[in-house]
Design a protein around this ligand. Sequence first.
Ligand code: ADP
Ligand code: MG
Length: 680
Amino acid sequence: IEFIQALTMEGSKSKDKKPEITETEKHKMDIEETKKSLPVYPFREDLIAAIQEHQILIIEGETGSGKTTQIPQYLYEAGFTKDNKKIGCTQPRRVAAMSVAARVAQEMGVKLGNEVGYSIRFEDCTSERTILKYMTDGTLHREFLSEPDLASYSVMIIDEAHERTLHTDILFGLVKDIARFRPELKLLISSATLDAEKFSQFFDDAPIFRIPGRRFPVDIYYTKAPEADYIDACVVSVLQIHATQPLGDILVFLTGQDEIETCQEVLQDRVKRLGSKLKELVILPVYANLPSDMQAKIFEPTPPNARKVILATNIAETSLTIDNIIYVIDPGFAKQNNFSSRTGMESLMVVPISKASANQRAGRAGRTAPGKCFRLYTAWAYKHELEDNTIPEIQRINLGNAVLMLKALGINDLIHFDFLDPPPHETLVLALEQLYALGALNHHGELTKLGRRMAEFPVDPMMAKMILASEKYKCSEEIVTIAAMLSVNSAIFYRPKDKIIHADTARKNFNHIHGDHLSLLQVYNQWAETDFSVQWCYENFIQYRSMKRARDVREQLVGLMQRVEIDMVSSLPETIPIRKAITAGYFYHVARLSKGGNYKTIKHNQTVMIHPNSSLFEELPRWVLYHELVFTTKEYMRQVIEIESKWLLEVAPHYYKAKELEDSTNKKMPKTAGRSTMTV
Ligand code: ADP
Ligand code: MG
């Protein structure tokens, strides 16, 4: 690939400072010295004084300055956890919450889960003794249900505020409100970038505390022409850097686990073929579903005379700081959840990042020494095609979950809720309509008894409804398993490149004629029969870790079922009740077979297709229900079951009218019809 250097991103005044400490040297120092080397350290007394003086403080400092790991420790040292109160710190990402808590526990010399812990969805690693608690923003949002005044906290830090996730945005409104009637509660809003003024204005002109960054200049390079295949371009760029550039680690930004795994395999393969001509290249992935012991590897020092390449998702943009990165490769894409209020459809797609993101990514190269950032797009594309900023989640995703939570907190007037940026009116209305159709709200927009029970479950409203409907259809055992499996779904089947045929055959053995939810159920139940055997997973190309996680999630869901007093009963071998319970939650996600093997969604007539991985890919039932849509080259339905249209009238009579569902003969189309245009 040919790159052209376009500009150099300014470094800060770091030139006058002492030479930077390299990562290897840093590891030789003890923890105390490492802590002292962080940019926030010289400001700790001023910072504590500012917190003592003001109830709300906005903290701005570049990624890696020590905001997340150090500030809670300073607060602890300054006595903020006396009187049995905790310090809370929210993170938009699960991985960040876990990783940071582990680091802080290590720095404080305590066992993770004791004084320092974390709490994320379906996983609570805290105890009575916990005084520093890291959690996802979603978890804190949920804590409001049991502790509306956050009475057990003396300080709450809303961290990574610039990420502007839906939960963080809603937390802004909630914590601002509490701060008014809990004057002793300290509130810190911490952010990596330039939004500090905006946060300050929102929080009644709260003062801004700036931690000056240390940043070295970063040379920015663009490709001469657009790259058709950015994964391949990443591989080539990594090898070019490795062959021609001085030692220093590389950080590559990809969009998700699949891409990272592909890139890792190709890279390993090419490196092997190059043999001993090059220095050692240590390739490490990092993404949300990666087991935590593997995640910890990215923080280990690079072996002497070797180079580390980290293949990461967006998580390495600001949530996690990996030291010693000198080269950044940025293909310019990220995965984003998008919701169209016009079609009511939500789907995960790969989209171009914003200029702000591109600059954050580049900045990762200049933390410990001058660096280089290789953008796999043209300078023209950067200038003309990228938006300035990423649109906050609240303005682009489905608000069903958020609205249900707010209603459960007794906040009825959502139009006048104190939003930093309000969501579009249509999206809010659509969420209310959806909750009404699910039976969670009555026609006055008030929470129903069903809605209150739904809010007990830390899942989206459709899944909550499905779980609760399992009571009526007497299949709670199965539905809880399916819910747990869906929550880890993408990572269940293992498909190594050198054993694709074996893996695919193994997978086909689990295929259920009525669809993927039931296939997942079979996987789980067969595994349970072997007493949760590791060996069985290995033989069947099933990811053991994912299954273990599904088991944990399942256990938690069963606990919640007990709370809402639903008995655990099984309907097997009958699957109709199971599919009806799923339909009771997901009746929005229904499509009917049309021409050419395509499907059309019922309400909006959108063209969608069954994902090639589905057990129904060759069956093409007339009516299907899908769990989610993924947009790649086409809009695909992932996790699909066959349903009967008359069930829709049974489970959602206020949403579907018999007329819409006409031609509902449940006969399947002949297999050959409509297949002609498809290539498999
Ligand atoms: P900020 O929140 O300002 O971005 P952090 O507090 O996350 O900064 O990071 C401060 C320092 O701690 C960085 O040098 C980072 O590399 C290091 N660090 C953070 N987490 C870990 C970890 N799990 N292992 C080793 N070092 C870590
Ligand atoms: Mg941080």
